[in-house]
Design a protein around this ligand. Structure first.
Ligand code: MN
Ligand code: MN
Length: 467
């Protein structure tokens, strides 16, 4: 454990119940195939929660439900972030065990004035969301997912491009024969953000409309979804890679799928709180939006949504006061689960081999993230890491410890420091990914299953409260 070279990537495969590992990863693969946006994740998880007897916190508040051990409550913020509580045997004032992850992923968003026609082609303007390498998003089959809110109060849900019979969309690229100038540009400039336009049609409508191809698309949108052009002003349409997540490699040991940052942590966290029936400490699964653009806004981690929801829960339990709430937050332990960069043999230069993450060695503890001199990092407390080592070793979990890359190579951040601002014990702990932020990201099934087991072990740990 002290030396990375001593860690064996056969360990998880050898010790695991192969059937359980494959079943979990099949469920995961289905989930990320069917839930590609934060709205879809929240809607799908709410449905699963209701099937499992969970109660909407707002309903519990209006009915004055008194929480008891084992009860599940959930609440969402604007349908884009979700909190799940599983009541523990101990009073909530002893603190909570919290699994945090995010359910937004890099993508292209449609602009408010999206649809235009140019030389008999109809296109959608986009504005990319999160950190992307723009050249990776051209010439791929893309799908449209999202919601269109209309003035009459109704919301139309859109998903086009996933069923084999659906059409797909995409961003065109210049043919190599005419790309002399483009190929000599810097990689960051070869495909410009303003040129990430989505081709959506080429057939004119009958009659003498000024822009007949655009008019035809508008007629189709009106007919199929009841959407007018102005409705794009109040729409959130996300353009994402079309198609299912797949098993990857001859040995089927990996999964390739869109948006595994961070649904590869969000899904196992969600399953852990569903499956951990009566924990010792009250458990929380917190799945947030807007991580990829700085955790901003009402649905991001900087919002007061989480604190407000804990206050509501404590009020139901009859223990709310501002001071008690502050105490509960400082007594809470957190696994801030976000992906880590896996070592890529094609790019060894950006990694420091003793302190990077490898596929198949289990979920990764990142004591700190940040860039340069740990700037912007949550630097987890040594005593907290010792507690987690004891929990993980006690449960026979295989895990690794790593940094994103070499000290001067770049960096990244997560929601960890925001929760740490509340006085919680927090560490980053997630699954290693190849191709991070690319349209199709790769993970190891061994790591996914082990992350789930690790989250279960964390929720089940029944030692003394912190502080
Ligand atoms: Mn992430
Ligand atoms: Mn990310």
């Amino acid at each position: 454990m002290a030396d990375k070279k001593e860690q064996k990537n056969a360990e998880i495969w050898e010790k695991s119940d192969a059937e359980a590992l494959e079943a979990f990863c099949r469920d995961y693969r289905m989930f990320i195939t069917e839930h590609k946006t934060e709205r879809e994740c929240v809607a799908g998880m709410r449905a699963t929660l209701r099937k499992n007897g969970a109660v909407d916190l707002a309903d519990a508040v209006s009915e004055g439900v008194v929480p008891k051990a084992g009860d599940l409550f959930y609440t969402d913020m604007m349908k884009k972030s979700l909190i799940v509580f599983r009541i523990g045997q101990r009073p909530v004032t002893d603190g909570m065990q919290l699994l945090g992850a995010h359910i937004d992923s890099p993508r292209l968003d449609l602009k408010q004035h999206a649809l235009y026609e140019d030389r008999d082609l109809a296109l959608f303007e986009t504005h990319y969301y999160g950190g992307i390498k723009k050249y990776q998003w051209v010439t791929l089959p893309l799908a449209l997912h999202g919601a269109v809110a209309k003035k009459d109060g109704s919301v139309v849900t859109v998903s086009v491009g996933e069923n084999p019979e659906d059409p797909v969309f995409g961003v065109t690229d210049l043919l190599i024969h005419l790309a002399g100038k483009q190929m000599n540009k810097k990689l960051s400039e070869g495909v410009e953000g303003e040129k990430l336009n989505i081709l959506v049609g080429s057939r004119p409508i009958a009659g003498d409309a000024a822009e007949p191809v655009k008019a035809n698309i508008l007629a189709i949108l009106k007919d199929r979804y009841g959407i007018e052009e102005d409705d794009f002003l109040s729409a959130e349409i996300e353009v994402v890679p079309a198609g299912a997540a797949r098993e990857y490699g001859f040995d089927r040991s990996m999964i390739m799928g869109y948006g595994q940052d961070d649904r590869v942590c969000a899904y196992p966290s969600f399953r852990a709180i569903l499956d951990e029936e009566v924990p010792s400490f009250t458990s929380v699964c917190l799945l947030t939006d807007k991580e990829e653009i700085g955790s901003v806004g009402a649905t991001g981690m900087h919002s007061r949504f989480f604190e407000n929801s804990v206050a509501e829960l404590m009020n139901l339990a009859g223990c709310y006061s501002e001071l008690n709430l502050r105490r509960v937050l400082t007594r809470t332990r957190v696994l801030s689960s976000d992906v880590s960069a896996a070592f890529d043999p094609d790019f060894p230069d950006v990694m420091e081999k003793n302190n990077c993450s490898y596929l198949g060695l289990g979920p990764v503890f990142n004591k700190y993230t940040g860039s340069r001199g740990k700037s912007g990092s949550n630097d987890a407390n040594a005593e907290y890491i010792a507690y987690l080592r004891k929990v993980m070793d006690g449960a026979g979990i295989t895990y690794q410890s790593g940094e994103l890359g070499k000290v001067d190579e770049g960096g990244g951040g997560t929601i960890a420091y925001i929760l740490a601002n509340l006085g919680m014990q927090v560490i980053d702990f997630g699954v290693a990914v190849l191709n991070m932020h690319a349209p199709w990201e790769i993970t190891s099934k061994a790591d996914i299953y082990e992350a789930y087991r690790a989250y279960r072990a964390f929720l089940a740990s029944a030692s003394e409260p912190c502080v």
